[in-house]
Design a protein around this ligand. Structure first.
Ligand code: SF4
Length: 326
């Protein structure tokens, strides 16, 4: 592992980034509040899900679960249903469990301290740093994927360790004078001008302090990321005009844990035929091959006349849109 260069390049003057953020920040609903429940939900939704996907679901979430108490009292299936389309449903399970703990142990009040937040399932150091700074303006840095990339580029150290990056992030936020806005600005820079797919250095407010300015090779960086594995799944479609479609619940662990799908069998090799649908996850590319069957289904499951009340993964919705009329 490579340590950071000593001495590290000078950090940009905070006013440069903060001034840029004041002018260019996207107006997003979770930036208009300091209420911990709303900030918490936004931070979890935004992990691994794009802003444009999160936006409508974020607003719907609070219509369905207006308070932490309402969320804690909800059935797991209803929480998963509300999460539909956001992917990585483990996050929804963590949120649900955390809400129950908050109600049981903290009378429904979201923890005010960084350490208290870290006790909750699904909240790690970076997420606790974000919530704590946005709600209470603490100098607790965020170190998500976007911020890591920005920091690595600032110091031109693509192999910098997390430990070194945490130190750098802490140093930067402490000198910023405005911790909450600093974290927002770092995340915004990583999501826009300094993204994984492009580095728009000419529009970047800190290019004079960046050791990688105008030298980033995004194609090379992307090639070094964890490769995406191809997975081939046969999806068995048992349908019947009177009874609807046969769904079974996925196991509690693994891809699409706990969601409802037609029975799925993993194929050992790539079929000759084209898949009816390809669904991309962060590290998996799921090739879905539907097989229609007129036989009676075996194993656990149920006939469903309407899939409305069931939490189905987006990949299965897309597949059913293409091949099933129910
Ligand atoms: S100068 Fe370029 S590489 Fe450096 S932080 Fe700005 S956009 Fe990223």
């Amino acid at each position: 592992m490579t340590a950071l260069l000593q001495p590290a390049p000078p950090l940009p003057a905070p006013v440069l980034l903060l001034g840029w953020y004041a002018l260019h920040a996207r107006k997003l609903p979770w930036r208009q509040t300091t209420e911990p429940y709303r900030i918490w939900i936004s931070e979890i939704m935004l992990q691994q899900t794009q802003v444009k996907t999160v936006l409508p679901r974020y607003l719907e979430w609070f219509a369905t679960f207006p308070t932490i108490e309402a969320l804690a009292a909800a059935a797991t299936d209803d929480v998963l249903k509300a999460w539909e389309g956001l992917g990585y449903y483990r996050r929804a399970r963590f949120i649900h469990r955390a809400a129950q703990l908050i109600v049981a142990d903290c009378a429904g009040r979201f923890p005010q301290s960084f350490d208290g937040m870290m006790q909750l399932p699904g909240i790690g150091r970076s997420t606790a740093g974000a919530i704590s700074s946005f709600c209470f303006n603490t100098a607790t840095p965020v170190l998500d994927g976007n911020v890591k990339r920005v920091l690595k580029r600032w110091v031109a150290q693509p192999e910098a360790t997390d430990k070194a990056l945490w130190l750098l992030a802490q140093q930067a936020i402490e000198t910023s004078g405005e911790p909450a806005t600093w974290n927002q600005a770092m995340m915004e820079l990583g999501a826009t001008a300094c993204s994984a797919r492009s580095a728009d250095c000419s529009a970047c407010p800190v290019n004079a302090f960046c050791a990688s300015a105008f030298q980033v090779d995004t194609a090379s960086e992307l090639r070094k990321q964890t490769p995406v594995l191809n997975v081939y799944w046969q999806v068995e479609l048992f349908t019947c005009p009177e009874r609807g479609i046969w769904l079974s619940r996925r196991p509690d662990t693994g891809i699409w844990a706990g969601l409802w799908t037609p029975p799925i069998t993993e194929l050992g090799c790539q079929p000759d035929a084209e898949p009816a649908h390809v669904h991309l996850l962060t590290h998996r590319r799921l090739h879905l091959y539907p097989v229609e069957s007129a036989q009676e289904p075996a194993g656990e499951g149920r006939w469903v006349r309407s899939i409305e009340g069931y939490a189905l993964p987006t990949g299965i919705h897309r597949l059913l849109d293409k091949v099933v009329l129910i």
